[in-house]
Design a protein around this ligand. Structure first.
Ligand code: IPD
Length: 263
């Protein structure tokens, strides 16, 4: 299983190095921006270019593998998570940040087999932070192990195009933050920089990789109603402990969201 062998932090760096140099050089340039589903749902040619580069590089090595990529889905491909080896890719998580040169943009790549995530990589390009985790082998930031034993109550969320609730957590906790990239937001829980993250309305490619990073760092991931996490439901709570996650689940009121894999 070659893809297992490639899971070392050194190889991860190599793996995303070329694509991230494309993102970094485009970061400072003027971009041509197009709208997708709403005025807050943007795409640039760099999002599309990076996704194509990643998919063609992986496909050359693993021609039988399947893909769920944000921009391929935007172009009409279905979101189908099957038991086959599948790469779930967000080429630029934080496209609004990218367009505005707000320095939090990430490449997010998760790999699943039998619908279970085997490993995830989130590379926050401007910060030069590489988060990665492999199932059962822990989570790492720039090669250093992460663990979540910090109990400061800082909660991360997003008020994106489809988000309508935030005040519940303002009442509940000390402070609320939003970085504009769901993948990097969620990795804050893995580092202990934040105690919890909740979000309704993001997509599977935004959080597939960071989910395993939080779990391998010792955190918990669940649906916003407290039930088992479902990658396609577009609802998530990630927290440093079950107690914190359940506390958030009790106050978050989810609005209805079309599932990612709904036809
Ligand atoms: C978006 C970001 C943002 C979140 C949105 C996502 P994109 O992803 O993760 O933080 O609020 O829900 O769609 O479009 O930049 O890949």
């Amino acid at each position: 299983r070659l893809y297992r062998l490639s899971v070392t932090s050194q190889t991860h760096t190599l793996f995303v190095a070329h694509e991230t140099s494309v993102i970094l050089s485009a970061f400072q340039q003027q971009k041509e921006v197009r709208l997708k589903s709403s005025p807050a749902d943007l795409v640039t040619e760099t999002d599309q270019q990076v996704e194509k580069m990643l998919i063609s590089a992986i496909r050359r090595k693993y021609p039988q593998h399947r893909f769920i990529g944000e921009e391929s889905v935007a172009a009409g491909e279905a979101v189908e998570l099957t038991d086959s080896p599948t790469w779930i890719i967000d080429p630029i998580d934080g496209t609004v940040n990218f367009v505005h040169r707000f320095p939090f943009v990430a490449v997010s790549i998760a790999f699943t087999v039998n619908k279970q995530t085997e490993f995830g990589i989130v590379y926050s390009c401007v910060e030069d932070k590489l988060f990665h985790a492999q199932r059962g082998r822990g989570a790492y930031l720039n090669g250093k192990p992460l663990c979540s034993d910090i109990h400061r109550c800082v909660v991360v969320t997003e008020i994106g195009a489809e988000s309508r609730s935030i005040t519940c957590c303002v009442l509940l906790c000390y402070s609320v933050r939003a970085l504009g990239t769901a993948a990097v937001d969620m990795c804050q829980v893995a580092t202990g920089g934040a105690d919890a993250y909740y979000h309704i309305g993001m997509h599977c490619w935004d959080i597939a990789a960071s989910t395993i990073i939080v779990l391998e760092a010792g955190g918990v991931v669940m649906d916003t109603d407290g039930s088992e996490f479902d990658m396609m439901s577009r609802k998530v709570i990630a927290a440093s402990s079950s107690a914190v996650a359940n506390g958030i689940a009790q106050v978050v009121q989810a609005f209805p969201c079309r599932r990612d894999n709904e036809a």
